[in-house]
Design a protein. Structure first.
Length: 434
């Protein structure tokens, strides 16, 4: 059977309206029909665990698309699966697997259509009332630019494009050319230079696409609309008229930063923060050498990766104590937005990972598992202060104590939903063993 988006959507549509089981008291219990039919995933339903990711795996299996989607119950592992194949982007396509929340680890579903402003999805383990408690399969329309939308994994369909931004496949398999440009709305804290960098082009290209801005590129306000290339790094060309040469613009002096680069305030950063300033902070830190702290890139929800990267940048400037606490202040922000100061130095060589320390794979951690990796996980959790969950052990047999201790550790990292489901993934393992 040839892989195709039409095939998986044809399987997904009749599932809309399906509901999971209920407990004796009437509450939903996460027991569903899908996990038992996906090899290696029956434990998801047996244990009453979130099932949004295994629902997509079931759709892929039943539609003949099993090889082009990850088979997992973990949203985070799904993101990593697409990233290792260089098939993850911020743009949707029909048949793409969409991931939500911090690092894409909170929820997932299948994209069945999209337009400039919205995506239409079919999702399992969700609802139509906006609460965090999922109960079934729903068709949903979501805003594409909602901060909750993390990104998209693009299956390697036999008929489909490699990137959603290269072309759009609709349900009948026809292909429509992608537009050369798109519009973006300026957010607080953004500059034209930053918008150009995000689009992968020089500032002069952005100015050529927005002639009214050429005379005052340092004066843009939140809510302004700017035209950028639809494909990052691709300069749009016009067959009818040459691109006008941009008006030379002197570089702004560090002593007079553009208003959009002003420090937004310390309240925008730290535990619980979830906004575009956190994303921009992470992007600047990665540019200055802090990429090793981020396993899945910069995002809007504050994480320990942000704190570590900020602290490393502050320490690189020679600051210490409260001046290197990992929370950005006006001086840290100014140094980042104006490219002043020292970059974050390369990390000191770490000890080579031995076979027992390397991530062994999620097949070792589930109900009924008995192996040395379960023991090693429990010992690491005890070292990190989560021994109170164990009445005895840890030992080689997977128990509910292992799951509860793992979930508590994951929540301490700021993760939620399926990213804190109590089952270790590569990043949980790395942080515990580091």
């Amino acid at each position: 059977m040839s892989t195709s988006p039409a095939a998986i959507i044809a399987v997904a549509v009749p599932e809309v309206g399906y509901h999971e089981g209920r407990n004796a008291n009437g509450s939903w219990n996460n027991r569903e029909k899908y996990a038992a039919e996906v090899p290696g995933q029956a434990w998801v339903s047996d244990d009453g665990e979130p099932w949004c990711a295994v629902f997509v795996s079931w759709l892929a299996l039943k539609s003949g698309n099993a090889d082009v989607y990850p088979r997992t119950a973990s949203c985070s592992i799904g993101v990593a699966w697409f990233r290792t194949r260089d098939r993850f982007s911020e743009y949707p396509s029909v048949g793409a697997q969409v991931f939500f929340g911090s690092g894409g680890g909170s929820h997932t579903g299948l994209v069945v259509d999209y337009d400039e402003n919205t995506i239409t999805t079919i999702e399992g383990n969700t609802n139509d009332n906006g609460s965090a408690e999922g109960d079934g399969v729903y068709r949903k329309v979501r805003r594409r630019r909602d901060a909750y939308v993390y990104g998209y994994g693009h299956p390697d369909f036999a008929q489909g494009p490699r990137r959603a931004v290269e072309a759009r496949w609709v349900l009948d398999g026809t292909q429509a050319p992608a537009p050369a440009t798109k519009s973006v709305t300026v957010r607080a804290g953004q500059t034209l230079a930053g918008i150009a960098a995000a689009a992968g082009v020089a500032l002069s290209v952005i100015l050529s696409l927005n002639p009214p801005l050429a005379s005052h590129p340092d004066v843009i306000q939140p809510g302004d609309v700017v035209t950028v290339p639809a494909v990052p790094g691709q300069v749009p060309t016009s067959p009818t008229a040459p691109t006008p040469a941009p008006t030379p613009v002197p570089a702004p002096q560090p002593s007079t930063p553009a208003p959009a680069s002003s420090f937004p305030g310390t309240d925008e950063f730290g535990p619980g923060a979830d906004n575009s300033f956190v994303t921009r902070l992470g992007e600047m830190l990665i540019k200055r050498g802090g990429g090793r702290f981020y396993s899945v890139g910069a995002g809007p929800r504050w994480s320990d990766a942000d704190r570590q990267a900020v602290a490393a940048f502050q320490a690189a400037q020679g600051w210490s104590g409260a001046d290197a606490d990992g929370i950005p202040g006006p001086t840290t922000w100014a140094f980042l937005v104006t490219d002043q100061g020292r970059d974050i130095p390369a990390a000191a060589p770490s000890k080579p990972a031995s076979a027992p320390t390397a991530w062994p794979g999620d097949r070792y951690f589930h109900a009924g598992a008995v192996n040395s990796y379960v023991t090693r996980l429990g010992q690491a959790l005890v070292r990190h202060g989560y021994g109170t969950y164990y009445k005895q052990g840890p030992g080689p047999t997977w128990t509910d104590a292992d799951r509860r201790a793992t979930a508590a550790f994951q929540r301490s990292q700021g993760w939620h939903g399926s990213a804190a489901d109590g089952y270790p993934g590569p990043e949980t393992w790395r942080r515990l063993m580091g």
